[in-house]
Structure formats: structure tokens, C-alpha cells
Design a protein. Sequence first.
Length: 391
Amino acid sequence: MARRITLDFLKTESAAGVILAAAAAVAIVMANSPWAGLYFDFVEAPLAVQLGAFHETLSIAEWVKEGLMAIFFFVVGLEIKYEILRGELANPRRLALPVVAALGGMLAPALIYLVVNAGPGGSPQGWPVPVATDIAFAVAALAIAGPKLPPTLRMFLLTLAIVDDLGAVLVIGAVFTHGVQWAALGGAAVALALMALLGRWRGVPYLFYAMGFLLIWAFTLKSGVSTSLAGVAAAAAVPIEPRKPHRPGVLEDFMEGLHPYVAYLILPLFAFTAAGFSLQGEALSAVGSPIALGVALGLFVGKQLGVFGATAAVIGLKLARRPTGATWLEIYGVSLLCGVGFTMSLFIGALAFAAPHPATEVRIGVFLGSLLSVAAGMAVLRWAQSRRMEP
């Protein structure tokens, strides 16, 4: 069962990466075309939502970030829980290498960003932006560049990215929670407890879990806490046990059912609303800003140094083994692909910077760092695969 879910996940992520790239490209083209006004009017248009006592007015881009992306983090939470209890993260012998590699891949980019932004005019609060890896882009690039590379290399990247996602969620919770409304947060906690109690009822309709998730999300939105945490917390309350013998569990059903919608609809929509920026006027001068340089260098330089350096150190100290059949050149190529931040980096950037100009600088940095990482990573992996095919 674990292998089937993993293979389906890899297949979905590979295709989703291509769609994500297309959505981002359309956004950038529209933002620099005669239809730029139409694009920005759409993403900034206010939208009021009222459901009973709940009422909130946000822009379409904010609804995607605060609403639909909560479903993305719900699926991320489900995948993390599954991997911890049943998958790759359940085996301590396989856990050391990707966990240490992920930690190195978070620490080095943050340090590089802080160094670049340490002087006058810097914005050190953006250090979490380059710590994240976009799993869809990274897996898609690996599938395209190295279809004949060892499967252990793909599992290494997948497990590393899952640990990276968990680290990003923890950073969001620790850094971007301000002005908490404790009454609303208490309501979210009660809704979470009720959702957890549903797990004791084996025949509970799945609609009840959906209602529980909506309650947790609504209270969290009102509390001032990032709704990404609501998604992960709700996922932790979903039981993994099967409803019937020899059948997938509730968690697996949700994970498999929601993942295609997240991969093919929610993430591309977020990319479309978050990626568009103008390349004219002040935007061009933003390329050399500390924020843009810090993010770009953090992703391109920091990620490869952190992931590959931590991997080499752990293997050199004989605390873990190199992925079976993988060469050092291939591991370096995967380390480069970890610098593709994109979706998660844009999401964290939207939390770290609310003003228009820093948001543009973040986008430029994310695109430069991610583009350099994917180009260099795919080139290295193609070279590594060609060397395998040599007689």
C-alpha cells in the first residue's frame, strides 16, 4: 500500500510541476502585456464571503492564500502523518539522511539571506523565504532530467521535501503568528478536539470531517494565526486506521482523493495569483535589492551547500548510507533541485512582506533562485545519466 501511494504521488507531482510552470508563465506574461490591468484587477478584486455568523472580505489572491492553500496544507499534513506512521519516516534507519539533509537545506539559505540583508537597507525578517523546497517542481524536474536514475534517489528527494515541508510549517507557526485573538483560537481548539473524537466512530461520514475542517479553518482565520497551521492541525486529527478490513484507511482516502485537486487546481491557481509581477520601471531596480539577492542566493547557493554538505557529512561520519545505486554527482544534482522554492517560498514571502515593493522583490528573488536551481540541477542530472549510459 505504501509503495502504491508513493508511486501515485510521484506521478501526480511530476505532471503538476509542468502545470505550475505554465500557470506562473501565464501570470508573468499577462502582468507585462496589454492585459496587465485585467490581471491585477482580477487578483486584487475584493470578494465578500458570508456563511451564517462568518463574514470576511478579502481579495481573490488573499482568498486563494488563506482559503484554498489551507487545503494544500491539509494534504501536506496528511502526507507527513502517513510517512511518519506508515511510510519512509517510520523507519529510523532511512530517516537520518533526508532529515539532516533537509535541516542543512533550511539553515544554509537562511544564513545566506541574513548575511546579504545584514547591512543598511536590508530586511532580515525575510529569512524564512528561501528555506522551502517546492516538491512539485523538484520532482517534475527530476523525472524529466533523469528518468533512468535510481528509484532510491527519487525517494531521497521526496522524503527530504516532506521533512522540508514540516520545517516550513513550523517556521510559519513560530514566526508569522501575531496579534492572536485567543477566543477565536480557543474555538479552533474545540473544533479540533471534536474532529479528533470523530476518529473513534468508524462509520462516520466523510462530510463530518469536512465540516470539522471548515470550522477549524474559520476560527483560525479570525484568530490571526496562519491558516496553514489549521490545515496541518486538522490533518493530525484524521485517523489512519481502515474503516473496513483490507481497505485503505480514512487518511489514505482523503490523501488520494484530495491530492489531484491540490496538484492540478489549487497550486496552479495560487501560482497564477501570486507569481505575476511587472518587469518595468521600479521592478527592474529591485533585482539588485538585498531582498531579491538574499532570496535568490539563498535558494541557489544556500540550498545546494546545505543539502549536499549535510549529506556528505552524515555519510562521511558513517551515520547513514548513500542512497542505493546513486552516485555523488547525482546527489549533487538533487541538491541543486532543492533550490526550487517557488510555491512555498512565494507563500512565505506573502506572509513576511505585505507592502507591494518588497512583494515584487521577493517574487524576483524566488524566480531567479528557482530558475537557476532547476536549470543547473537538470543539467547535472542529465550529465550524470549520460555517464551511466556510457559503455
